[in-house]
Design a protein around this ligand. Structure first.
Ligand SMILES: O=C(O)CCC(=O)C(=O)O
Ligand SMILES: [Fe+2]
Length: 374
């Protein structure tokens, strides 16, 4: 089944020659094309070493009766949190991690058989945001939007169905968790089931769309100068991210700089995306994040990118706007917004803004162009 997200990228294809997808294991030294400086990074802060930061991203136990309140606070102040007791079986997380490791461990010629087309969404390739940077990122990726069947047949002609089953089960579990998190997040804003008609007759967000993004970051000979995945916000409502036991995810904390989100066993990271930022009229700002790499250990992450049904226009919720809080953003569908992001990247959110905020709050990405962090 063709992905409904595909249309968004037709107008902005990413033409990246496969020479960019290198066999990372062959390098003893970091090639110049992978050396990032302050100027190469829109966030004006090259990867660098870990600095000590006292603050840490909230960890919320979903079985805690105060989870809703804690999620609201985390969304408002961080735009990111980790969840435990989320109901996704740890065996499924392990199996899916192993399946994606099998994928990235295939010979490069085999992986290229499932290469993402320039105007496509699914398949193997470099990060889509790579086209906005002159330096290369130390990572490879695989995106699944809809069914992975065709690509998996290319990758594993003999046992593709086993891998398809794993992905399908993972997608189902993520869908359930995403719907639960949506109600917790919206509930923390005082939004009820009557306010979100597009959640469907059973309020289960069954018609929403999503993509799965697998990222692989090989061990790197010069991690302080390499970039795994450059700073960006996700164009989602929310993202559910699983990371293996190697740390690398960092989020930008206002006034502090980059804060590492440490992997916790069985934990999942939840990012507020740009569409939730719009829906909440800026009350829950999307989080700027990036991935750095490691000298000795590879890193793997699996991001479930969760958005609304394709035809739904996302705009600030009417309960959250009023005479003193005018709507800050114009209505957009997910596809429209992905097209805007493909063109404007980190300026996408400001490009759909219709009015300056009254409370002095600025979009993280605007901010990011003025402030040096780190
Ligand atoms: O690898 C990570 O931790 C970050 C991945 C990510 O931000 C993404 O896929 O959008
Ligand atoms: Fe991301």
């Amino acid at each position: 089944m063709p992905s409904r997200l595909t249309d968004a990228f037709r107008a902005h294809p990413v033409h990246l020659h496969h020479k960019h997808l290198l066999d990372f294991t062959s390098f003893q030294e970091l090639p110049d094309s992978y050396k990032w400086t302050q100027l190469d990074d829109h966030a004006h802060c090259p990867p660098g070493g870990d600095s000590f930061v006292a603050e840490s991203v909230p960890v919320i136990d979903l079985s805690d009766p105060n989870a809703l309140k804690k999620i609201g606070h985390a969304c408002k102040t961080w735009g990111v949190f980790q969840v435990t007791n989320h109901g996704v079986p740890s065996t499924l997380l392990d199996i899916t991690e192993k399946a994606s490791m099998s994928l990235f461990s295939l010979p490069i010629q085999q992986k290229l058989k499932a290469a993402r087309l320039p105007d496509g969404v699914s398949g193997y390739g470099v990060a889509r945001i790579a086209s906005f940077f002159s330096k290369l990122m130390w990572s490879e990726g695989f995106t699944v939007a809809g069914s992975p069947l065709e690509h998996f047949r290319q990758l594993w002609p003999q046992d593709y169905s086993k891998f398809c089953d794993i992905i399908e089960e993972y997608q189902l579990e993520m869908q359930k968790l995403a719907a639960r998190l949506m109600w917790l997040t919206l509930g923390s804003l005082g939004i009820t089931r009557e306010d979100i008609k597009w959640a469907g007759p059973k309020s289960d967000f069954k018609e929403t769309s999503a993509a799965l993004q697998f990222n692989y970051y090989p061990a790197c000979p010069d991690p302080d100068r390499a970039m795994g995945l450059a700073a960006h916000t996700d164009s989602t409502l929310l993202t559910i991210l699983y990371q293996n036991s190697t740390s690398g995810l960092q989020v930008l904390r206002e006034g502090t700089g980059w804060v590492t989100v440490p992997p916790i066993p069985g934990g999942l990271v939840i990012n507020v995306g740009d569409l939730l930022h719009i829906l909440s009229n800026g009350l829950y700002p999307s989080v700027l994040h990036r991935a750095v790499v490691n000298r000795t250990k590879h890193r793997l992450s699996m991001a479930y990118l969760y958005g609304p049904p394709p035809s739904v226009k996302i705009s600030p919720l009417s309960k959250l706007v009023g005479p003193s809080q005018p709507p800050l953003y114009r209505p957009v569908t997910w596809n429209e917004y992905l097209g805007t992001k493909a063109k404007h990247f980190n300026k996408a959110l400001s490009s759909v803004r219709v009015c300056a905020p009254l409370n002095g709050f600025v979009d993280v990405n605007d901010h990011n162009n003025r402030v040096k962090v780190g």
